[in-house]
Design a protein around this ligand. Sequence first.
Ligand code: SAH
Length: 397
Amino acid sequence: MPAIYLVKGRDKSVRRKHPWIFSRGIAKVEGNPQLGETVDVLSHNGEWLAKAAYSPNSQIRARVWTTEPNQDIDLGFFIKRIKDAHLVRQEAIARSNLTGFRLIAAESDGLPGITIDKYDNYLVCQLLSAGAEFQKDVLVQALTEVFPNCNVYERSDVAVRKKEGLEERVGVLHGDAPPNFTTINENDLKILVDIKNGHKTGFYLDQRDSRIESMKYVENKDVLNCFSYTGAFGLYALKGNAKRVINVDVSQPALDTAKQNAIENDLDISKKRAVFLNADVFQVLREYRDQGTTFDVVIMDPPKFVSSKQNLTSGAKGYKDINMLAMQILKPGGTLLTYSCSGLMDTSLFQKIIADAALDAKRTVKFVERFEQAADHLTDSAYPEGFYLKGFACKVL
Ligand code: SAH
């Protein structure tokens, strides 16, 4: 098997089971490994440390599959990893009777570069690393053995594949193509998921817990749901007897699904109780502020603004601006439910950004509750980067 030798001192993180080996940590490559091929990882003096997938085009030059010397990277390996991932989610799945959940959270489940969401009997895969692509056939075989009744669909249409030297790919990997919509249950709500054309694998499963917690703030309130996507937070608000919900997103297909979701759940959206507004959130917030339009509750769940360390400052500014605007349109005593899915911005920095926004908005802000990604988006003790989603409930005076 080809091998990589680490620079002296760069073995520490591998010994601590962190899965990433950066190009600058590699002293020597032996045996001409191909894109995604499995290599032995050795310390500078030849001590065996791990088996990893080789990624010649990426800064993350190798991703560790295992630190067990006798473990082959074969069908049995993938079956074990998938079963383990299912096992550690058992309570979360049973507790909420989930029919849609994250089955494999990549590095956090010992399968670097592999994300798999299960929507009813569809397993939707996003393969983001050369190693994941190299192992695709055996991965699909393992999935069909563990879930014999499931279809497997690929949604690897993500730009980061380029960094790994891979083309974007979508399509059936096993069984049937997904229908236009697959229905999942989430906390007694029915949610339509467009596996083929939706964002990522189709739905933002990670906000499940925050959504149910949001219900306690909405009864008889005027709610603005910013970055609504398919309206999930808005559905909870309607179910929680909000007076009115305005969902704002720039994606018309997402808004169409949001409306359909409300109808499927028999929620009353007559007399403009629910509005589905195709608009830019930044612009809408400014307009409301300038017109003096106010709300009791603002939900702020934007896309990831910080995609690399280089744009941390500009991303932070984006978070500050939208949260400042949200505070400015809240009635005194209103609630801001605000989230950040930027892993590179930790909770304390996010809290500081909200504090800055409060100063600029000239409002007094009290943090009353904290939120995190749902339990199926677990994190491995050796891979703290797996924690990315945080949020606050704030009362604004
Ligand atoms: N809150 C959603 C997930 C939001 S994902 C849920 O619970 O499912 C982020 C959404 O923001 C996407 O749907 C995207 O279309 C939308 N978006 C991105 N930039 C936007 C902008 N400037 N204005 C409005 N929507 C935007």
